[in-house]
Ligand binder design. Sequence first.
Ligand code: MG
Length: 289
Amino acid sequence: MLRPKIITTLSGLALAASSLAIAEDEKKKPAAPAPPVQEKVYPTGYTDTPFLPGDKWRVHDDARPRPKVVTPGATASSAPSDATVLFDGTDLSQWIMSKDKSPADWILGEGYMEVPPKGQGVGGSIRTKADFSGDFQLHVEWASPAEVKSQSQGRGNSGVFFPGGYELQVLDSYQNKSYADGQASALYGWKPPLVNACREPGQWQTYDIIFEAAQWDAEGNLVKKANITVIHNGVVTHHRQEYLGTTRHRKVAEYNKPIKMGPIALQNHNNPVRYRNIWIRQLDLNSND
Ligand code: MG
């Protein structure tokens, strides 16, 4: 009576072995492909959203024009694709003497220009050949003399002038006491910078400037003051600061006449201040309306 039991047991073992083999085979089979995942489709905009208050565009409006493409420079200091390069360190062709409009006679060095000594050349400031209007972004790099001479306003003095005659002061303000509204990055005779971000004498410094022009109505009444944003060596020194008027020395600035177009000028204060890498972008501040 034992035999059938043994047979049954052997048969059971065979069945178990066969099941194991099937399981192994199943493992070897490639996995069934997963059902395709439906990629989410993102709309490029909307046509059924509410209108922005007082605007012709809806929220996320698909019909709203996209901004034009500008290729940025290799660094934040390099001119982007839509900039006008005013000085790239190789020639002064974009500059003339403010006094008589003759070719700019400042010293051209290796990749920079320098204010000439007193009595050399025509003298005085230089200005861009071209006039600029309205609102712009301007990048300027400058260095005060490595050799420190004189003090206060006699030390590394120059300046960047905007159309109409508003000065952004250039001065060696590194451990150099002078009046607050006359130090580097000051709106000369009006507003000191928010902080003193000056580098040591001889080092290159950057001004990144956003200038918004003053506006007058048809009768010549001032309706909007000029304002300026300045980033000095990466540090904000003015943020949409209004100008009191065009710059004056020892007098209160005022807006005296409507000016629509004008040059960018660099001041000759008889100190050998250097400049390099100057570029400008005219801004259409309403281009995203
Ligand atoms: Mg000056």
